[in-house]
Design a binder for this molecule. Sequence first.
Ligand SMILES: [Zn+2]
Length: 116
Amino acid sequence: MEPGTDAEKCFREKLHSLKRELEQLLTDSAASSRPVDLNLSIGRLSRVDALQQQAMAKANREGHQRRLVLVDAALMALKRGRYGLCRSCEEPITVKRLEARPETPFCLDCQAQREK
Ligand SMILES: [Zn+2]
């Protein structure tokens, strides 16, 4: 994507707001993913519940963290004028895909390959 174009500015803004959103989510979820205190005097079932919830919160956080890494990488790519190019085959990623997931590092074909 050409630096200084409207499209580039638009994606830069998208990425920055996504970054803020993810950072907020990580801050908000920091408390809920703390290890469960097994000495807490709660029943066995609610303890299982608490462990499950904690595991889910942890998985969510890891997803957010991974996404944040991709957002940062995409912002770096923008700076270098490489944004929107697939990191694997170097073909341009479709705008439609970038609009859905502005942080994506791969085109649809390469993403599908990797998920196999
Ligand atoms: Zn590709």
